[in-house]
Design a protein around this ligand. Structure first.
Ligand code: CP
Length: 322
């Protein structure tokens, strides 16, 4: 694996999941793989889970992680080619990224979308420019449109749960449901979850959201899409809860209908479904306390699994190529 920015960088999802679960059992089994190597973790946006789990994963592999909060502590970066830099940006990524390529062996980057210009956000300019100019492997810690480390974690958590609950020999029904929120959020997690579950191909996958919240078909193709949340939840084995803002009329909130919040009453239609969310979560807006604090919630285990997802990915990048 050279870079990790989408599911397209993964040759075999099941193998990567197995590797992550092996690391969960034996975190230090590849302690020498990253010895004398350094990962730079660049944050242009806030993070708790991604920031901490990636550092722990790197350390488990013997790597030295260095975190750089670019947005607060670095020079404002310019990403546009041929920009006339007479505004607020101070340093071009064309100059900064190759220097990081000298300091680090792997570069990991978190950038959020502006939610103002869809074409700009969906061009993934920031992460593309780092890949172009750094000269070392690049890992997405969430980009403008995707969150692959989160999605790998989600598949790991589903596989792990299936091993524990030993379901009958049938595909699990996985439902991605839109949830209300107080502000417009990126589509990254929903896009990425859809992309990974479709690529994994081992689930009956349903996406439910209010009208006008259609995601980009590039990611959802293959899923059943419905505006009827109750219908979607019937017989569900896993319910993935997430808010996203509108994609077509970009970055808006139309419906903030509290009825879309997942409750225990709604879950009764499911097959005793396990509930997932990438976190952070707005309690009693996106998800009720009773669900989050109840026995069906996987959210804490899911967040814990972020370490093993990151460790599996870093290990694949560090692995010597023949
Ligand atoms: N799920 C997730 O990416 O969490 P953080 O924003 O805290 O990293």
């Amino acid at each position: 694996m050279r870079n990790f920015v989408s599911v397209a960088d993964v040759s075999n999802i099941d193998n990567l999941v197995e590797k992550a679960l092996r690391y969960k059992k034996d975190p230090f089994s590849d302690r020498s793989l990253g010895s004398n190597k350094r990962i730079g973790c660049l944050f242009l946006n806030p993070s708790m889970r991604t920031r901490l789990s990636t550092q722990i994963a790197a350390q488990n592999l013997g790597m030295d992680p260095i975190v750089f909060n670019v947005s607060n502590e670095g020079w404002a970066l310019e990403f546009e080619d041929e920009a006339i830099m007479s505004g607020s940006t101070v340093e071009h990524v064309k100059d900064a990224a190759p220097i990081m390529g000298k300091y680090f062996d792997i570069l990991a980057i978190r950038t959020f979308p502006s939610l103002k210009n869809r074409d700009d956000d969906y061009s993934e300019l920031f992460i593309r420019q780092f890949i172009r100019y750094a000269g070392i492997p690049v890992v997405s810690l969430e980009s403008a449109t995707l969150h692959p480390l989160q999605s790998l974690t989600d598949v790991i958590t589903i596989c792990e749960e299936q091993k524990i609950s030993k379901p009958k020999d049938k595909k699990p029904k996985i439902v991605l449901t839109w949830a209300p929120h107080v502000k417009p959020l990126p589509q990254c997690v929903a896009n990425s979850f859809s992309q990974w579950i479709n690529a994994w191909g081992k689930a009956d996958f349903v996406i439910t959201h209010p009208e006008d919240y259609e995601l980009n078909e590039e990611f959802t193709q293959g899923a059943t899409i419905t505006h009827d949340q109750d219908e979607a939840l019937k017989d569900a084995d896993f319910v993935y809860v997430k808010n996203w803002s509108t994609y077509h009329d970009y970055g808006k909130i139309y419906c903030n209908d509290p009825e879309w919040m997942l409750t225990n009453e709604k879950l009764q239609q499911s097959n005793n479904a396990k509930v997932m969310h990438c976190l952070p979560v707005r309690r009693n807006v996106e998800l009720s306390d009773e669900v989050l604090d109840g026995p069906n919630s996987l959210v804490t285990r899911e967040a814990g699994n972020r370490v093993w997802a990151a460790q599996a990915v870093l290990s694949e990048i560090l692995k010597p190529t023949i």
